[in-house]
Design a protein around this ligand. Sequence first.
Ligand code: AMP
Length: 476
Amino acid sequence: MSSNISFEQLGLSTDLLRAISEQGYTNPTPIQQQAIPIILKGFDVMGGAQTGTGKTAGFTLPMLQKLESHANSSTSPAKHPTRALILVPTRELAMQVYESVRTYGKYVALKSAVIYGGVNIDVQIAAIRSGIEILVATPGRLLDHLQQKNLILSKIEILILDEADRMLDMGFLPDIKQIIQMLPDQRQNLMFSATFSEEIKKLAGKILKNPILIEVAKQNSVSDLISHIVYYVESKGKQEFLIDMIKKKNLQQVLIFTRTKQGADHLAQKLNSRDILSSVIHGDRNQLQRTQALDNFKCGLIRILVATDVAARGLDIEELTHVINFELPNNPEDYVHRIGRTGRAGAKGFAISFVSREEAVLLGDIEKLLGIKIQVEESNLGLKNQQTEFPNKTKIIEEQKKSRAFSFKNESLSKRSKRIEKMEDPLFSQPYISKHSDLISIQVGIDKSKKQIIHKQYPSKTLPALFIPPVTSKQK
Ligand code: AMP
């Protein structure tokens, strides 16, 4: 994904070049090659790029360079007005983008902060009030701060909407509109989206001024580095099939997607009971649990991370080789995002899908969206290959399309946004309150000898996520 063009040739400052070289990047990726010079020149940009292409650095580096003239080490908040706003859909993405801002801006005296819902707001207020030039935020929590007048956005010079399609999917459009009204008219706008729906084009038309279109991947396309594989498996056989596959293929780091939070919990429990260390990441997990699960997964303490679609976007896990769709997503575009967690930064990846009889129509939708026919693998894992039980996939698809049981394609927009609202992660805008019990279970360590995750129970209802006692690695 890199080329012979150097970062120096893109006109980046020495402070930024130093930070880039510390990251070990030798050459800019295609999106960086295209986006950086255009953004430096001050144009608005509509970027079509999937995650894993290096798009974060593609907008963060030129943003930092454009703001570099304001860099100062004064302790006065007045000397650090908010000049760049990066809106992202999820807290995980917010944290990742914020990390990138800090990494690439290591040698630039600009202050930055990240705000998202589900955590205590006071700590964020303190950070904002100390003065910050760059703010990474999820829309719901940013609006809370704006309504409380914790910050003003009248000095914004650059607005960046990252994963704009996801923000719309999650029902953030009204919030985004409100936020934009509080920005000065004179500003540079950058919008990135992995997919280009009509809604995205409409939003772009409202926000961007004479944008330059940058596209590094075909619309709705996925990385060539990813091999797509389908196994036909009946729903009730999926768990055993998965366990067999993990053991026989000795898979060490796998991100698995389920359709529901309950399904994710259930699967992780099952895997743990069979000595395959697993954790879950979904909307009912508080921020600490989610961060911890991701960290443990990234550093290899756990082999399996079971996630729902809310976790699908923006996760950046180095060298993730396998994504397994334990269940296919209802929305084919989510397939693109799920499997975008692998095949990143030039590495090869496998996107494996377990497809039951009921899901055949969803597979058809995915193949149509990607314009490819996904390879069906014979099972050599000791389980009976289920493919023979699907003699007439076309017929199933036809029947299901008629009943509309599994496809939402003909759904009206209002109905769709209502459905998506229901799927929205409550933690973006709400404080964490467990729906399930008065106690939440936090992972506090790993007992390697017993291959067990050690959990501790904390009361949940009275405690916002941020005040959960610090996690220790020692067993209590
Ligand atoms: P992104 O698409 O922004 O999520 O980036 C995906 C991954 O690519 C991240 O792990 C980055 O650290 C990495 N990356 C970004 N730019 C480069 C580059 N020029 N060379 C190598 N890796 C990069």
